[in-house]
Design a protein around this ligand. Structure first.
Ligand SMILES: Cc1cc2nc3c(=O)[nH]c(=O)nc-3n(C[C@H](O)[C@H](O)[C@H](O)COP(=O)(O)OP(=O)(O)OC[C@H]3O[C@@H](n4cnc5c(N)ncnc54)[C@H](O)[C@@H]3O)c2cc1C
Length: 348
């Protein structure tokens, strides 16, 4: 594969970078350094405002078909967009709405569901949350027990979800419920779209140690969900959950984000003095920074390979690689944080 961008793609990259810098001029103080702040009311306002500005330019879902608010853009362009926004720490699109339910509906939703839900996501008007994890169903999601009982033209849902990111801001929730208790594990689940204003839904905050409010517990007590809000066939919800593979999910923004953090760390190492030399003069530190740089570059190459495979239509191959990229990016962030802590010592 050829890693070089075409002149048109290079121009696009510059345009994305320029707008990303402009957007971040409005970032409130604390945005870049405090996760607690990002999830505060003020942080959420900035996130929403930024999404709206990106939506006005048509960039939020550039890679979606035009009829649903996109620009039919090639996946590689979406990767360039993700890298530019990731590097500048721009909240470039809600991962759950734009990154998960949107592609799922595009792949498997009915035409009515697409018409109803995709354009408002493209316009950054509505937000979704993901109701999958339960108190006893996390890594092993297929043992979830929330029930959906079919009664005429609706499902009556009872159960509890947990770790539900952003449920307190969400307009809608996509969830998995067990609609056939006779079936085991991943069989017997259905994928439902639930309006968060429906009677019987209770949201309770699960705050982080540092006080941030991202997660929630969501309780469903006799919640009525119309049958037309089911995506895919009844009891075939597991297949639906795996349908997002056709859209950009290379992790390019994560690698660009770590690259930015490394650039910041290197700049600090060039300034901070220790025994009459800067930290950047220390061979041990130089070695660690170089190692991180190589690992970020390997991640970036993996992300580009995924986008390249997707463009060639190798979706299954791209899906495997995307899982690898997700694990690699998560572990790389941890290695970065660990090394940054070692470099700064007690200050970190
Ligand atoms: C930032 C963030 C946002 C999230 N947002 C959402 C959301 O919006 N909606 C949602 O539904 N969920 C969300 N989750 C939940 C997430 O999907 C679960 O945390 C995840 O599935 C793991 O489940 P768990 O926390 O119950 O851990 P467990 O499944 O209990 O795992 C705990 C530990 O045991 C290990 N382990 C588990 N099974 C095995 C095994 N068989 N063999 C060996 N080791 C094992 C795991 O690797 C892990 O280290 C979010 C999580 C995070 C971190």
């Amino acid at each position: 594969m050829d890693f070089k961008l075409t002149p048109e793609q290079e121009a696009l990259r510059k345009e994305f970078e320029g707008y990303a810098e402009e957007l971040m001029k409005d970032a409130p103080p604390g945005w870049e350094t405090s996760m607690e702040f990002q999830y505060s009311d003020e942080g959420w306002e900035f996130t929403k405002r930024t999404h709206e500005r990106l939506a006005e330019k048509g960039w939020l879902v550039r890679h979606w078909p035009r009829e649903y608010g996109g620009m039919n853009a090639p996946i590689v362009e979406q990767l360039i967009y993700s890298e530019a926004m990731g590097y500048h720490r721009v909240p470039a699109g809600d991962i759950i709405s734009v990154g998960m339910i949107g592609p799922t509906l595009l792949a498997i939703g009915s035409e009515e569901q697409k018409q109803e839900h995709l354009p408002p996501i493209a316009r950054a008007e509505i937000y979704w949350c993901q109701g999958w994890s339960e108190p006893n169903a996390g890594s092993d999601l297929a043992c979830l027990v929330t029930r959906g009982v079919r009664v005429g033209d609706k499902y009556v849902v009872n159960g509890q979800k947990t770790w539900t990111s952003n449920a307190h801001h969400a307009d809608w929730c996509f969830m998995l419920a067990r609609t056939n208790p006779e079936e085991k594990r991943s069989r017997g689940l259905s994928f439902l779209l639930v309006d968060m204003k429906t009677h019987g839904i209770t949201i309770r905050p699960l705050c982080g140690m540092e006080g941030s409010h991202l997660f929630n517990e969501v309780y469903f007590d006799d919640v009525h969900v119309p049958v037309e809000n089911r995506v895919g066939e009844e009891n075939d919800g597991w297949r639906v959950t795996r349908a997002t593979m056709n859209f950009e999910r290379s992790g390019a923004n994560s690698f660009a984000g770590v690259r930015r953090s490394l650039d910041d760390l290197i700049a600090a190492c060039r300034e901070i003095e220790w025994y009459d030399k800067t930290l950047a003069d220390n061979p041990l530190i130089r070695h660690r920074l170089a190692q991180l740089s190589m690992e970020i570059e390997a991640g970036r190459a993996l992300a580009h390979r995924i986008a390249w495979s997707q463009e060639k239509g190798e979706f299954l191959q791209a899906a495997h690689l995307a899982s690898a990229s997700k694990v690699y990016a998560s572990e790389l962030s941890q290695r970065f944080s660990s090394i940054a802590c070692q470099v700064f010592g007690l200050y970190s």
